[in-house]
Design a protein around this ligand. Structure first.
Ligand code: ADP
Ligand code: MG
Length: 300
């Protein structure tokens, strides 16, 4: 069932004040652990900021993001290009480090992991899917899918058996000896899905997985991800600009300018397109800011 989580409900301060009665809040605790069933959340992002520098100029890609993702949830991250979706993915996937803030995966602060533990997390716990597929061109579909299994130490027999099974599952048993250049975009993305599942991850991070595909093929990819989510309980977090994708998700997080503006069930977005919704939201935000500014000016 989807839950409507207002953005403020996801911040540590509100979450702990909401759990009154426990009496165990420690004001100076460095990493707040809210009093809820931690097992419910597979990913918790707390006040994450990421500043890039272009020369001396800072680019504030993430401006303090807090987000909870439930185990088994299908979460869509929506936002205009440049709003910080890929940066957020890199943080959650342990591919880059926040300038500030914390990412917990299964309640483990991933900044505390050593290089070996982080490699284990990336290899075993998370599967990655990218807009541009990112397959290795000189390897066959089967080799691409089994590569992460090699890193995980699987035997050759295990690699072959599981690799074939996964390619069969994505409908590509007959193309397993083809290289990416011999496959269509949709087929390459299906190989990438099989590869993401190589080590049976609990989370799949899919960064605009339908962005380079036409509508019909994109729909097949969405169905595949949805089926995985339902049948295997894998948690899916996907950045998307695709109306069909967010409509199938449990909740939608809307990111604008490096900040989460809302976390809502998809039906709350109604029949709006992604762009329509974002435009409305931006208008509301601009109006609020104008009103605030007018208020400030009036009180001077
Ligand atoms: P999205 O995925 O939503 O399109 P990104 O996370 O890629 O957005 O980018 C967010 C912001 O950070 C953009 O302004 C982008 O130009 C900037 N950015 C991303 N990566 C870098 C980088 N390596 N160096 C400098 N700026 C970056
Ligand atoms: Mg991106």
């Amino acid at each position: 069932m989807s839950t409507n989580t207002p953005l403020d409900g996801a911040t540590p301060a509100t979450a702990s004040s909401g759990s009154s009665g426990g009496g165990t809040a420690v004001a100076s605790a460095p990493a707040p652990r809210e009093e809820y069933n931690a097992n419910e959340y597979i990913v918790r992002v707390r006040n994450v900021k990421r500043v890039y520098y272009i020369g001396e100029n800072p680019v504030h890609a993430l401006r303090g993001i807090s987000l909870d993702v439930k185990r088994g949830e299908f979460m869509a991250i929506m936002g205009p290009s440049g709003s910080g979706k890929s940066t957020l993915f890199n943080m959650v996937g342990g591919l880059d480090k926040p300038t500030e803030g914390t990412v917990f995966i299964d309640e483990v602060d991933i900044a505390q992991l050593d290089a070996g533990e982080l490699a284990w997390l990336r290899c075993r716990k998370i599967g990655y899917i990218f807009q541009t597929f990112n397959l290795i061109p000189v390897m066959t579909a089967l080799e691409n899918v089994t590569l992460p299994m090699i890193f995980a130490g699987a035997s050759l027999d295990e690699q072959m058996e599981r690799g074939r099974k996964l390619l069969d599952m994505v409908g590509l048993a007959h193309r397993m000896y083809n290289k990416p250049g011999q496959l269509s975009g949709g087929q390459q993305q299906r190989v990438a899905i099989a590869r993401a599942l190589a080590n049976d991850p609990s989370i799949i991070l899919a960064d605009e997985p339908t962005g380079n595909l036409d509508q019909k093929v994109g729909e097949e990819i969405i169905q595949m991800l949805k089926r995985l989510n339902k049948e295997s309980g894998v948690t899916i977090i996907t950045a998307t600009h695709d109306d069909k994708m967010y409509k199938r998700s449990d909740r939608v997080s809307i990111v604008i300018d490096g900040e989460i503006q809302a976390v809502v069930p998809p039906d709350e977005l109604g029949d709006n397109t992604v762009d329509g919704f974002l435009a409305n939201l931006k208008e509301q935000k601009d109006q609020q800011e104008a009103a605030k500014l007018a208020g400030n000016t009036a009180s001077i």
